[in-house]
Write a protein that binds this ligand. Structure first.
Ligand SMILES: Nc1ncnc2c1ncn2[C@@H]1O[C@H](COP(=O)(O)OP(=O)(O)OP(=O)(O)O)[C@@H](O)[C@H]1O
Ligand SMILES: [Mg+2]
Length: 373
């Protein structure tokens, strides 16, 4: 799949933008703050209805405007689909597909799939678990609309349960309120946990393959470390939603007194981790710089390959990544990415050297204006 046209209205520093993209590599060059990342961010809205930078919808609205719009023509399986997403401040996001209004944001899922690489990714295996959870979530949200629904409901429930815990006092009324949210937390949380565990073997296989390719040896393995159900390896038997739900319930009981004292939810998929292992050790605590970088690239490529597992392709977004890589790594990354489908890449410097025959188009970005070169 690939994006043939992209349209932005009042998005970040763009008042209006219309772009015709190339099926191969699209290269955006421009100075700091010119609007390069914003283009990739807009694409993420068409894939997952949210900012891949983790920004809130209101933050993305161009200063002083009432809302923003993103639209795209997406070519897949020989047909073109037009999708739009609009957001008005104080309102909800609205999505249309081929001109028809959709009731759920999750109706967007699958029309466009994106894999996003950015310089911070080199911290993926080194830093805290939030980024690794995001990798699992972004992959699953694009593959499975019901996961996207479960995750959004989980996040909302978690906020409400935390509020209930924060204002908790030792009486029945308080306890009943926490109970209501606990039941919902268990429902959505076990769906999220099971979703992640089921992804594990597929992701681990793809990641190990890329890692072997890049590093030449060294087995890279993945494990899911759950605060509610313990550790699951990629070869372990999958757990059912009921099993997960019941150990989640046990965990909530175990930390009940603590949660009421501290005022927030202590266990659940929002605190789980994806452990990356090199050989028989956790990479996070002993890996060298180079080992981290290689593992991070393998993880992201593995994600992209899983997204493309039905062969419909994935659009790869490379945000300023080349500055972080040496020439050889950059060249092999471009090769691997080229095989996956269309790519949009940004840089503050000139265009990279491309293999002969690669289709490409270059743009120059300057203060919210994009010109074709
Ligand atoms: N809501 C907004 N309204 C107007 N302008 C905004 C908004 N949010 C961000 N900007 C501005 O838009 C510009 C584009 O930001 P963007 O992150 O896309 O730049 P960039 O080209 O990726 O820069 P860098 O090379 O530093 O990563 C910045 O100058 C930023 O200050
Ligand atoms: Mg940027």
């Amino acid at each position: 799949m690939w994006i043939r046209a992209l349209r932005l209205t009042d998005f970040r520093n763009y008042e209006r933008l219309e772009l015709e993209l190339e099926e191969g590599l699209n290269f955006f060059a421009g100075g700091n703050g010119s609007g390069k990342t914003s283009i990739l961010e807009a694409v993420s809205y068409l894939a997952v209805a949210r900012s891949l930078r983790g920004a809130s919808d209101a933050e993305v609205v161009r200063g002083g405007s009432p809302g923003f719009g993103v639209g795209g023509d997406i070519v897949a399986d020989g047909t073109v689909r037009s999708s739009t997403l609009r957001f008005a401040k104080g309102g909800k996001k609205e999505v249309t597909l081929d001109g028809e209004k959709q009731t759920l944001l999750s109706d967007l899922v699958g029309v466009l799939r994106v894999a996003w690489f950015c310089p911070e990714d080199t911290w993926l295996t080194k830093g805290g678990p939030a980024e690794r959870r995001k990798l699992l979530d972004m992959t699953l949200c694009q593959l499975d609309p019901s996961y996207l629904d479960a995750l959004s409901n989980y996040r909302r429930t978690l906020r409400q349960r935390n509020e209930a815990l924060l204002s908790w006092t030792p009486d029945e009324e308080s306890e009943a309120l926490v109970d209501v949210w606990s039941e919902r937390l268990l429902d959505y949380g076990s769906r999220v946990t099971v979703g992640r565990m089921r992804l594990l073997p597929r992701l681990a296989e793809a990641v190990a393959g890329f890692h072997e390719n890049i590093s030449g040896s060294d087995a890279l393995g993945l494990r899911y470390r759950s605060t509610t159900t313990g550790v699951t390896g990629s070869g372990d038997d999958p757990r059912t939603e009921n099993e997960v739900r019941s150990s989640f319930r046990d965990s909530l009981e175990r930390v009940a007194a603590d949660e009421r004292r501290r005022g927030f939810t202590l266990v659940g998929p929002h605190r789980d981790d994806l452990e990356v292992r090199l050989g028989d050790r956790a990479l996070r605590t002993f890996g060298s710089q180079g080992q981290h970088r290689t593992a991070a690239i393998a993880l992201k490529l593995g994600e992209a390959a899983v997204l493309d597992s039905d062969g419909r392709g994935v659009v790869v977004l490379l945000d300023d990544i080349m500055s972080e890589l040496d020439d050889q790594r950059a060249a092999s990354l471009l090769e691997l990415v080229g095989d996956l489908g269309q790519a949009l890449m940004t840089s503050t410097k000139g265009a990279p050297a491309l293999a002969a025959g690669r289709r490409s188009r270059s743009f120059v970005v300057e203060a919210g204006e994009v010109k074709r070169q």
